[in-house]
Design a protein around this ligand. Structure first.
Ligand SMILES: NC(=O)c1ccc[n+]([C@@H]2O[C@H](COP(=O)([O-])OP(=O)(O)OC[C@H]3O[C@@H](n4cnc5c(N)ncnc54)[C@H](OP(=O)(O)O)[C@@H]3O)[C@@H](O)[C@H]2O)c1
Length: 346
């Protein structure tokens, strides 16, 4: 068999279901691998083989069993997640065998779909995996979450936490494109070097080795902070408040440092006195509020990629069986850029 020939279809569909609500950091035993029959394609449907699964921090929240802005995954349900796949059977005229598509069919090797919420990709325009990263949900989170909420102006100082991840690495580069000074906070020296040397961040530091975050930020932001893009919350975010400039804007994107703490989050600073005296604004968002503008965001990000103004990196974990390990890895900082799991080559 040559590398380009599709693999024959198996009789079973391997899936990961939620086995237990995690306490603290998820464990591999919180996920149950099961083998279901390969689903049959009815009229109007197609069958896709998963090529890539996206693993994202929000999945930790879905595992708690508590409804937040979205329904939780219940015990025994297939884990949810964004996917890229190849159509291997079709009884839907809009999807042809061989098409590469992106959707949201979760942690399984195959899925049938009627096409709702599924987008066909053009592999000649960009590698299909980018539909889960720079040209997908994380890219849109960086684009709209930063530009709409922070409204950056040229010459301003932008601080990004979680700066070497899927979203953060793009926010800093968009800040540079908009003429701002970009300062990143990340969890290793090699991530800091990547931000500085390859992505063009003006400054960055490793929060695991520089523990006085406010002092470090004062050093790296001599003009103060105009925009803060928050991916992490906790102590890192507490440190930015004393350095905010008048009319600073904070985009509250994620709080990953708190996701494994359960119902007892850490105590922290009271931010409102800082917001009051600096006439500053902090605003949370859920990226789906911008869903109707995604075509505009994807087109702009694709243009910046083509012009060489934007770079991205993927950390790819091989094999269906390693999906739980990959999600735990994201929560522990094992990724640089977008974390993906490759289930199949074609
Ligand atoms: N609001 C929305 O609609 C929306 C949409 C997408 C994502 N998000 C949020 O955006 C954030 C980034 O998401 P992403 O997909 O781009 O993930 P990511 O940044 O690619 O991966 C998560 C990163 O978080 C860092 N991290 C983990 N624990 C940490 C801690 N205790 N303190 C500081 N950093 C920690 C790790 O990097 P280090 O090595 O640097 O620690 C890890 O690589 C997450 O909080 C996510 O929930 C929100």
């Amino acid at each position: 068999m040559t590398a380009s020939m599709p693999s024959p279809l198996p009789s079973v569909n391997r899936q990961f279901k939620l086995a237990a609500h995690p306490v603290g950091m998820p464990k591999e035993s919180d996920f149950a691998p099961v083998s279901a029959p390969l689903p049959a394609c009815a009229d109007g449907q197609f069958l896709a083989r998963t090529l890539f699964l996206s693993v994202d921090p929000y999945m930790r929240g879905r595992m708690t069993g508590i409804r937040t802005y979205a329904d939780p995954v219940v015990i025994g349900q297939v884990m949810v997640g964004g996917t890229v796949g190849k159509v291997v059977q079709s009884r839907n005229p809009k999807f042809r065998v061989g098409d590469i598509v992106t959707g949201y069919w979760g942690w399984q090797e195959f899925a049938v779909s009627d096409g709702e919420g599924v987008r066909t990709l053009d592999p000649a325009l960009a590698p299909p995996s980018t539909a889960l990263g720079v040209l997908g949900m994380p890219g849109m989170t960086a684009y709209f979450g930063f530009l709409e909420i922070c409204q950056p102006k040229p010459g301003e100082t932008v601080v990004v936490s979680g700066a070497a991840g899927a979203v953060g690495s793009l926010v800093g580069q968009i800040a540079r494109i908009k003429g701002c000074r970009a300062v990143g906070i990340a969890g290793s020296d090699s991530k800091v070097a990547w931000l500085r040397e390859e992505l063009g961040f003006d400054a960055a530091f490793n929060y695991r080795t520089s523990k006085d975050y406010t002092a470090k930020l004062r050093e790296l932001c001599p003009q103060g902070i105009d925009c803060y893009f928050d991916n992490v919350g906790g102590d890192i975010t507490d440190a930015i408040f004393p350095i905010l400039n008048t009319r600073a804007r904070i985009s509250v994107c994620g709080q990953i440092s708190q996701y494994n703490l359960g119902p007892n989050p850490e105590p922290g600073v009271r931010p409102f006195p800082f917001l009051l005296t600096k006439q500053a604004r902090a605003e949370g968002f859920i990226i789906m509020q911008f869903a109707d503008r995604f075509p505009e965001g994807i087109a702009q990000m694709a243009r910046w990629l083509k012009e060489g103004k934007l770079r991205y990196r993927e950390t790819i974990i091989e094999g269906f069986e390693n999906a739980p390990r990959a999600l735990i890895g994201v929560l522990q900082g094992e990724n640089t850029g977008k974390m993906l799991v490759r289930f199949a080559d074609n």
